[in-house]
Design a protein around this ligand. Structure first.
Ligand SMILES: Nc1ncnc2c1ncn2[C@@H]1O[C@H](COP(=O)(O)OP(=O)(O)OP(=O)(O)O)[C@@H](O)[C@H]1O
Length: 318
């Protein structure tokens, strides 16, 4: 049986339809990414899974519980909202002990559980410092620890790494990957950084305007973007002139220049012929071949649902 099951879920706020017939099934132990533009309905869906909202129509079940199960549901679900603040004078350990208490952990288990989650998120050494002095990354990891202290079956992470520096992002990813690998916790994560979803998730769900547009295995979805690969090369000759010449070659779909870089979209089975020709035509300093990522899948899904092309990466519409 699925850990999370939504059937034709609708949620309205006045005249705004936040969720419009969402059906979704997530198995225990899966890590699923939820992506969509601002206002697509991601946070509303999370709030429903943790029982902060109830559906106007349709059904929601998490581990067999419905959103109106209240505290019983919240014991099973750890929810890390987009922003979570803590009293600055509390130490990390005090924050977690408080969360352990409100989650109803017996007093004799609290200390051990707090110690364990401090270790999981790498805050052992900072445990007794006031959180007012924590970095953004440490704050986010403490937020994650507050969700883990109740030993949840389901973890909901809403843009968990927004505003973190690259080291903070990488530390956070390592923790999530370890959790996914070493436990059977079910993880749902939203992000506007699609490479993050590609790294962390087995499956992805694309929401737009309150509806699921695409859902599937990350690798399979990337394959649906066709047989194109992108070659990025640094060339010694003027890249714009080279791009003009290369644009008409067999196997090249588009050629653009951002001197000294050249960017070519090529047919996958012709890419090495194109590279050989390129090397004959100009001195190539370095070259990189990349496959289309989730950003292409996302753009196609949203473009198809709206009937208009997104102008840029398309992750945000604000
Ligand atoms: N409490 C509320 N009252 C009124 N409208 C709301 C409320 N919560 C959400 N909405 C509206 O529902 C829609 C979906 O919002 P939601 O926050 O779920 O989107 P989101 O995908 O999480 O967006 P973001 O990426 O910006 O966080 C938006 O149009 C939003 O304005």
């Amino acid at each position: 049986m699925s850990e999370i099951e939504l059937q034709d879920v609708e949620k309205r706020y006045g005249s705004v339809t936040a969720l419009n017939g969402v059906s979704l099934s997530v198995d225990r132990g899966e890590t699923v990414g939820l992506i969509g533009c601002n206002g697509a309905g991601k946070t509303t869906l999370f709030k429903m899974l943790v029982g902060h909202e109830t559906p106007d129509a349709g059904t929601v079940s998490v581990g067999g519980l419905t959103p109106d199960a209240g505290a019983t549901l919240r014991e099973r679900v750890g929810y890390l909202p987009e922003s979570a603040g803590f009293p600055p004078s509390f130490t990390g350990r005090e924050v977690l002990t408080f969360h352990a208490e409100i989650r109803g952990l017996p007093a004799d288990e609290r200390e051990h559980r707090v110690e364990r989650v401090l270790h999981t998120v790498g805050l052992d050494e900072a445990a007794d410092r006031p959180v007012g002095g924590y970095s953004n990354g440490m704050n986010r990891r403490l937020g994650l620890a507050t969700t883990l202290v109740g030993d949840p079956d389901v973890l909901l992470l809403d843009e968990p790494t927004a505003a973190l520096d690259p080291v903070g992002v990488s530390n956070f990813h390592d923790i999530i990957e370890a959790l996914a690998e070493e436990t059977d916790i079910t993880i749902l994560v939203t992000s506007h950084v699609l490479s993050e979803i590609e790294r962390l998730c087995d499956r992805v769900v694309i929401l737009d305007d309150g509806s699921v547009r695409v859902a599937g295995d990350v690798t399979d979805l990337r394959r649906t973007t066709g047989d194109a690969v992108t070659v990025t090369a640094t060339v010694e000759d003027d890249a714009a002139t080279v791009a003009e010449r290369v644009a008409s070659w067999d196997g090249v779909t588009t050629a653009t220049a951002d001197p000294p870089r050249l960017r070519l979209d090529c047919d996958r089975d012709r890419v090495f012929d194109v590279l050989d020709r390129l090397r004959d035509a100009t001195a190539v300093v370095d070259v990189e071949i990349s496959e289309p990522g989730l950003d292409a899948v996302f753009r196609d899904a949203v473009t198809a649902s709206r009937g208009v092309a997104l102008s840029t990466g398309g992750e945000r519409d604000d």
